[in-house]
Design a protein. Structure first.
Length: 424
């Protein structure tokens, strides 16, 4: 039986595995490395975060993005966005250099067994471990507005399901949302001469400002320090002190988790969106949609805009992700029910990212209510990975020598599901 099974091979899973193996834990990692970055983002997209805030985490400050970029002759410069393809390649390099080989099979089922857990791979093999770190990214938590659910894939899709927008050349596409994913996809569609409109509840589009220079007078740095989530003391606290964030009152954490760093576009895409090639319709939401003669008939409405109807060939819902218990279908029902009281609740984690089920550790988006907005971004892995492995080591030290059944502890849950804009 292995010490730790890491389920997921994105930035969080790879970082957790790197720290676990460096500490001598018998670790197995499952998943296709950087899958969402390689297979679920269109060509031509860029990272929204700064290069220095987009590192995967390994002990000793090794295997950083700038080190990889230097190897391949690409500049990793503050204020200059990195292509998603470069970041995905960096993650593959990290996996090769920092870890023992990753088992690229996907995990279909996780359940408790005496002494730990068993995971079942896509080809039916069962592998056991004393602890599990679930770091399966955001794809299981895709959120599509209710009015669009149940419609055929030919008419409606989530923004995270597209690696090639070429299929929409010559079509009419409606993009729902006002975050980075919506705005960048709309720009890419317009630039390939697709007829595209944006529909969003927001009354205006928000834009991140150009980051201040890396080197600047001390008084400017003191007033608005750089952080992995942008400049300013509030962002610095979210980015650099997730452990302190966990000590805030629960009501405060819940409010921050659902409102901080809301939908906004990167400064470098603003001119592309406002080029005149995109029909931008703000202050309205899709109320209904139905197939009509091979297309989709859509009705929108809003407080100021009134009702409006139009036809489109396809709707791309860039409407973010909701990390709820019901969407954690890789977990056996018995485990899933331990994590939160209601299906629509977000599971909670305690010290060391341990869930209400001892030995089951959670990482990434789902931990936002407890550790803050940084957990929605790659930058959060730098805190999560070593802290989670601290938790795993404490858990393993508690186990009896021969192991024993996993016994649930008191539930932790929130009444507010984590809803995240798709610009993370």
């Amino acid at each position: 039986m292995h010490d730790l099974l890491v389920v997921g091979a994105g930035p969080y899973g790879l970082s957790i595995a790197a720290h676990a193996q460096a500490r001598g834990l018998d670790t197995r990692v499952f998943g296709r490395p950087m899958q969402s970055w390689r297979d679920h983002m269109p060509e031509g997209m860029f990272l929204k975060s700064e290069p220095w805030a987009s590192n995967l985490s390994a002990p000793g400050d090794r295997f950083r993005l700038d080190q990889y970029c230097a190897r391949i002759g690409v500049a990793a410069v503050h204020g200059r966005p990195i292509p998603v393809e470069t970041f995905a390649s960096y993650g593959l390099w990290f996996a090769r250099e920092a870890l023992s080989p990753v088992d690229e099979r996907m995990i279909e089922h996780i359940d408790a067994v005496p002494g730990g857990f068993a995971v079942r791979t896509e080809d039916g093999e069962s592998v056991q471990g004393r602890a599990v770190a679930l770091a399966n990214g955001v794809l299981p938590y895709q959120h599509i507005p209710e009015a669009l659910r149940g419609l055929a894939d030919a008419h409606v899709s989530h923004s995270s399901r597209h690696s090639d927008l070429g299929r929409f050349r010559g079509a009419d596409v409606t993009v729902v949302g006002a975050g980075q994913a919506a705005l960048e996809i709309a720009a890419l569609l317009a630039e390939q001469r697709t007829r595209v409109r944006i529909v969003a509840r927001a009354s205006r589009l928000d834009w991140n400002t150009v980051p201040p220079p890396w080197v600047r007078p001390w008084h400017q740095s003191l007033r608005a320090p750089h952080s992995g989530l942008g400049s300013g003391w509030r962002n610095w606290f979210y980015a650099e002190r997730p452990g302190a964030f966990r000590r805030l009152p629960e009501r405060t954490r819940a409010a921050i988790a659902t409102t901080a760093l809301g939908p906004a576009g990167a400064w470098w895409i603003r001119d592309r969106v406002h080029s005149g090639a995109i029909d931008i319709r703000l202050g309205r939401a899709i109320e209904a949609a139905r197939p009509a003669a091979g297309r989709l008939h859509v009705r929108t409405a809003g407080p100021a805009a009134g009702a409006e109807e139009f036809e489109t060939d396809h709707v791309i819902a860039a409407t973010g992700f909701q990390a709820t218990r019901e969407r954690m279908t890789v977990l056996a029902p018995g485990l899933r029910h331990l994590l939160a009281e209601r299906p629509e609740d977000t599971p909670r984690v305690g010290r060391g990212f341990e869930s209400a089920c001892p030995g089951l550790f959670l990482a990434g988006l789902v931990t936002t209510p407890d550790y803050g907005p940084a957990m929605r971004f790659v930058h959060g892995a730098t805190y999560t990975a070593p802290a989670l492995i601290d938790g795993v080591e404490r858990y393993l030290a508690r186990l009896p020598r021969r192991g024993g059944p996993v016994v649930p502890v008191g539930r932790r849950q929130t009444r507010v599901p984590v809803a995240v804009p798709s610009d993370t």
